[in-house]
Design a protein around this ligand. Structure first.
Ligand code: IYR
Length: 229
């Protein structure tokens, strides 16, 4: 790198950054195109078992890893599960918790609110989808000497990474479900994760089943979600 492309401030190196810029016309078109592409994303529960190249999943996770994070700590671990025996174990444990939730833990209001989705405690997609990505947040980091290092804005950071993950999955022509069986401590055990990691989101990924139906829904309108000052 040319030395004019870097500068050192207080001992820390900064590299020159020249983000792409577009004419106003191009910007309008690009922002609209991206919105229209993202507006096609839907949460899907009916997966095909068709294989997906692992490199695609690797690229999707690389994209998630570009998300901003508190102090650039990147407090996340993506566990990629393809082993049918592990998927089965996850399904069994998730269904156990979901059965309890649907029957005893969720309020009437909650059950009413998710009625349009027509979900129940059964989670066959946990075995059908070719990949399960279990996202863990790192409550803190463990230094080589075993001591703890603080992470910052962990929920915000990992939430952003999951948003990037979902956008990358959609961009690749695949579908996903943001699944949060609750509680999901069983993932820590099954996947043998260390004490500093907590399960955050379970994301089955794959192709949509040949005939897939999703709930008919409306998105809020600009006036409902935006205030200009
Ligand atoms: N976790 C349950 C219930 C559920 C809760 C919400 I909030 C949803 O948007 C959808 C489902 C399940 O996965 O079935």
């Amino acid at each position: 790198m040319n030395t004019t492309d870097t500068k050192v401030i207080d001992g820390y190196t900064f590299v020159k950054y020249s983000p792409e810029q577009y004419s106003e016309k191009e910007m309008l078109q690009r922002s609209k195109d991206f919105y229209q592409r993202m507006d096609k994303r839907r949460t899907v529960r009916d997966f095909s078992d068709k294989a997906v190249p692992q490199q695609v999943i690797e690229n999707i996770i690389l994209t998630a890893n570009t998300a901003p994070s508190g102090a650039h700590k990147q407090p996340w671990t993506f566990c990629v599960i393809t082993d049918p025996a592990i998927k089965k174990q996850i399904r069994i444990e998730a269904e156990k918790e979901e059965h309890e939730s649907y029957h005893n833990r969720m309020s009437d209001e909650w059950l009413q609110d998710i009625k349009p989705l027509q979900t129940d405690w059964r989670k066959p997609f946990l075995e059908i989808a070719p990949y399960l990505i279990a996202v863990f947040k790192k409550a803190y980091d463990v230094k080589p000497d075993g001591s703890k290092a603080t992470n910052y804005y962990v929920n915000e950071s990992v939430g952003l990474a999951c948003g990037f993950l979902l956008a990358a999955i959609h961009h690749a022509g695949l579908v996903a479900l943001t699944h949060t069986p609750s509680p999901m401590n069983f993932l820590t055990k099954i996947l043998n994760r260390p004490e500093n990691e907590r399960p955050f989101l379970l994301v089955p990924v794959g192709y949509a089943a040949d005939e897939t139906f999703v709930p008919k829904l409306e998105r809020k309108k600009p006036d409902d979600i935006t205030v200009y000052y």
